[in-house]
Each structure stands twice: as structure tokens, then as C-alpha cells.
Design a protein around this ligand. Sequence first.
Ligand SMILES: NC(=O)c1ccc[n+]([C@@H]2O[C@H](COP(=O)([O-])OP(=O)(O)OC[C@H]3O[C@@H](n4cnc5c(N)ncnc54)[C@H](OP(=O)(O)O)[C@@H]3O)[C@@H](O)[C@H]2O)c1
Length: 267
Amino acid sequence: MPDASVSPSNAPFHVLITGGSSGIGAALALQYARPGTHLTLWGRNAARLQDVAAQVIRRGASAEILSLDLCRTDDALAALRKADDARQIDILILGAGLGDIRPEGALTETAEQVRDISLVNFTTPATLATEMASRMAARKAGRIALIGSVAAFHDLPVATAYSGSKAGLARFSTALHAAMTPHHVSVTLISPGYVDTPMSQRLEGARPFLVSTRRAARMITRAIGQGRAHLLFPWPFAIARFLEMIVPRAIVHRLLRTAEVKQRPVS
Ligand SMILES: NC(=O)c1ccc[n+]([C@@H]2O[C@H](COP(=O)([O-])OP(=O)(O)OC[C@H]3O[C@@H](n4cnc5c(N)ncnc54)[C@H](OP(=O)(O)O)[C@@H]3O)[C@@H](O)[C@H]2O)c1
């Protein structure tokens, strides 16, 4: 497996990041930005994408942006094929995510919320990872990272679609890791706790063990470079995951139902 920081040919090392317009994805773009690297950044907000691309270029990398909605899975798949045909992708980071919870006072999320969260957090990243895995396996090289969440390991009553979609993504990612390891393609699942981004800043209340985007990006790039199957951080959430597995589910559910979680609207 070639070092993730070194291009196998004279072509620039190509990193494509979904969710590159904000938060963890933008921090990852800056972490990878250096001469000899080409960053392709996807998101919806063109102004924010342009801002991140300008910072990447100031660090000596080249960059291009694409504004698209990942609810449109077929468009995203076509765009990925086009990007890889034009410039072979060395690292694909599927970082975009929707973090909605149920509206205040409602028993559940809305049906439309659940549809969009499922598309952005599971269907589209799993589709893109599959396409890229088969292309990278043919080349016998490449790295894929999927950004899940520690929410995957808990039955969150206020965020059934978020925790459910991230649980699906987690299993998909480790299964794809198992399938791809013999073919020299690494697949890394990233399960963050709270990271200081616009997504977690919308939550009202405490964000325990909060991690900065720079620190998160450093840990994530290291895990991708090492080809690890799973990175979960910060470590107290590993203990929470273990407790969830050993404490009777009815007790866990009663505790989780009492948790007060509120979210400010998207600004
Ligand atoms: N922050 C945390 O505490 C935390 C914890 C655990 C896991 N995560 C995960 O980390 C990942 C990055 O989140 P973040 O915290 O960096 O949040 P963020 O700052 O809100 O960034 C989310 C990114 O996803 C993109 N995105 C959302 N919906 C999209 C759609 N329909 N089509 C295309 N792009 C879309 C956004 O693009 P636009 O801004 O251009 O719309 C943005 O680039 C997510 O998968 C999230 O679930 C975050």
C-alpha cells in the first residue's frame, strides 16, 4: 500500500472530500493541502466551497469545487465517475452529513427529514464508496473514509434517523473494509463524538469532551494513512459504547428518553 501522502505517479495526489464546505470536511481539506496535492471539494454552499478552496490554494495545493445535493444519489454517482475519470482519486472521504433531530414537541422526526437524512448519511455515501472501491480494487490501491458518528452505537429517541443511518454506515464501512483488504484498498470508519462545527454548535446544552476541528482532522488523516478499519474519538465515547452493550436495554432506553436535546434552526 503506498504512503497516503505520496502520489504513486507524477500526477498530483488527488483527494475528494464530500462535505468539504464546512466543519470537519473543510479542516480535512486544509490538513491535506500542500504542493503536489489536488483537492476536489463537494458541498451545497458554493460561497463556502470557494472560501475553503482559496485557503487550500494558498497552502500550495490545487483545488476544484462542485456544488451538488447528495439527496440526488444518481447525480452524485455520475459526478464521482466523471471526477475519477478525469483525475484518478487516491483518497475518497465521504464526510457530508445531516444532523437533524425531531422537531420540538413532536414524537418523531418528520417523514421528509428521515428520507433526507437516510439519503445523505447512508444511501449516497454507501453508493459512492462502492463505486470507488471497485475502481480502486482494479488499480490495487486507494483509500476510502466514511465519517459516521458515535450516535451509531446508541438508540437515540430524538434522532432515530441520524443514529439509524450512522449505524447502517458503520456496518457498511467495516463490511467493505473486510471485502477490500485483500485488494489493497483501505476503508476507514470514523466515529467522532462532539466536534466543534456548525452541526454541533446548533445543539443547545453541553457538548462533553468537545474536540476542535483541527485536532479531529489530524486524528482522521493519521487513521486514513494507517488504513485503520475504525477510529472512534474521543476515548470516553468508547466507554459509553461498552456500557450501552452491557446495561439492559430497557434501562438504557429509559435514561435516553429523559435526555433533553434541543437544536437551533440552521442559520
Ligand atoms: N460535529 C460533530 O459533533 C459530529 C459528531 C459526529 C459525527 N459528525 C459527522 O461529521 C460529518 C461532518 O459534519 P460537521 O460536524 O463537519 O458538520 P457541518 O459543519 O454542518 O458540515 C456538514 C457538511 O455536509 C454537507 N452536506 C449536508 N447536507 C448535504 C447535502 N444534502 N448535499 C451535499 N452536502 C451536504 C454540508 O454542505 P453545505 O454546508 O455546503 O450545505 C457540509 O459541508 C457529518 O457526517 C456528521 O454527521 C459530526
